[in-house]
Design a protein around this ligand. Structure first.
Ligand code: ADP
Length: 456
């Protein structure tokens, strides 16, 4: 048992690890995807914003510019905080007020004006210190200043009112807030990932346990079944062996030999029956036994069974009777041989587990849609804790007693298997010392109700 638990625990651990690993990979890829999507959306928004700010300024400036490389006074009016590079305003500017142009006023924008030779003429906006001043004519640029701050910038060529080349115009902004935001997103994702991985690991451990439960249960059932089957097979084999060994030790007369051979024959018969039952159950499990759909008359079925089992009942001093609660025949659709076997097992049990002078009654009745067979006895009864288990293979309440009746503990398992193959349920109502009633309900043969017997 310990070894199996180890094996199942090992499987559970590796299942959980695999699950957590795969989920971790998926979550990491998802996190990366989310980060990329957020970053991309920000870049697109940033480019649009920069383009629109630059476009607005560029158009307003071109309307006023007259001489190439010359800043008209009107431009100063348009951009009152415009600072010409040659003047001393540059140093004062870093702490000064913002532009009047609302577009520039919205963010950390700066603007630069270059003449055609690439010389910086004027600056405007939140102009950062340490920005490289050399002209780069590429339309879009992203670069770092001396302190590592990142900037994004757009360059446009400027023309005068008369469409003469004036110079170049650049609008850019610091990406500090943008980097800050992405940094926070990255942190959330990086912190979130291990936390979610821990949660995934816990969930996968729990899920693996859930998934293993039915496997573990059926493993235990198989083990129990194998042990029970081996035990059942060993008992008659051991009995035969002992009989043969003791017979070999003495000289037997004709009658004694006959008695011994009869005992061996009985044990052998028991073995053959047991193996046949086991094979039958295994084939039923594999659904290897085709279920015939015949029209069966339950009245005839019960009559036949009572007639067949009457001698057994008499031998056990039991009164076996049938009780048909409806006058007309009750027909169901199913495999008649199997249904016969089912009720047979129930009646045999009822006879075997009822003390002499008791009664066994087979009751047949029906409601609007179902036929109902009840096998009722006045026998020893079954305690509530055993009532579910008696349908398990090899389960016996009193081992000695049922062995003395020749039972192998498979009768009710076979009955239940037949019931299930007919999509019906076999149940029991019982009180210890008072007797038991086994109840089996079958749907009526739909369009052939109340017709005459058709048992083949
Ligand atoms: P067995 O071959 O031992 O009869 P079954 O599967 O038919 O095996 O029944 C399982 C166990 O259920 C029996 O061993 C017995 O203890 C109990 N049982 C079955 N039918 C009855 C009944 N009518 N009254 C009391 N106990 C019963």
């Amino acid at each position: 048992m310990m070894r199996q638990n180890k094996l199942f625990n090992k499987t559970r651990v590796s299942l959980s690890l695999w699950y957590a690993g795969v989920m971790g990979l998926i979550l990491s890829l998802l996190g990366m995807g989310v980060y990329k999507a957020i970053s991309h959306a920000h870049w697109v928004a940033l480019d649009n914003e920069l383009e629109s700010v630059a476009g607005t300024l560029h158009d307003s400036l071109e309307l006023k510019l007259k001489q190439p490389g010359q800043i008209e006074p009107i431009i100063k009016k348009l951009l009152p905080n415009l600072c010409l590079v040659e003047t001393s305003c540059i140093s004062e500017r870093f702490n000064s007020q913002r532009h009047i142009l609302s577009a520039i006023d919205r963010g950390n924008y700066y603007a630069r004006l270059y003449d055609m030779s690439g010389r910086l003429i004027a600056i405007a906006g939140d102009y950062p210190e340490g920005l490289p001043q050399a002209l780069n004519k590429k339309p879009w640029q992203t670069f770092k200043d001396g302190t590592g701050n990142i900037y994004h910038q757009i360059s446009l060529s400027l023309h005068t009112q008369t469409r003469e080349d004036w110079g170049y115009f650049q609008v850019g902004r610091s990406l500090a807030d943008f980097e800050d935001y992405l940094g926070r997103v990255k942190l959330v994702l990086l912190l979130g990932l291990p936390i979610s991985l821990i949660l995934v690991a816990v969930a996968s451990w729990w899920l693996a346990g859930l998934a293993m439960q039915p496997i573990y249960r059926s493993y235990q059932q198989i083990e129990q079944f194998t042990a029970d089957a081996a035990h059942e097979l060993r008992t008659p084999l051991a009995a035969t062996q002992a009989t043969v060994e003791s017979s070999l030790l003495v000289d037997l007369d004709k009658q004694e030999t006959k008695d011994i051979l009869t005992t061996i024959k009985q044990e052998n018969k028991r073995l053959i029956q047991l193996v046949a039952d086991l094979l039958w159950l295994a084939r039923m499990d594999r659904k290897a036994i085709p279920l015939r759909q015949q029209l069966c008359c339950l009245n005839d079925l019960v009559d036949d069974l009572v007639e067949e089992l009457e001698p057994l009942a008499i031998a056990n001093q039991i009164t076996l009777t049938s009780e048909f609660r409806v006058k007309k025949s009750i027909n169901v659709s199913g495999d008649c041989d199997q249904l016969y076997r089912l009720v047979y097992n129930l009646i045999v049990n009822a006879i075997q587990y009822t003390p002499s002078e008791g009664r066994v009654t087979v009751i047949l009745e029906r409601d609007a849609s179902h036929a109902l067979i009840q096998v009722k006895d006045t026998g020893i009864g079954i305690a509530p804790e055993h009532q579910k288990k008696i349908f398990d293979r090899f389960y016996r309440i009193q081992d000695d007693r049922s062995r003395s009746t020749g039972g192998s503990g498979l009768g009710l398992a076979i009955a239940q298997s037949i019931a299930r193959s007919h999509s019906c349920k076999l149940s029991v109502r019982s009180e210890l010392g008072q007797g038991s009633t086994f109840i089996f309900q079958l749907p009526l043969a739909s369009n052939l109700r109340d017709t005459k017997s058709l048992i083949p």
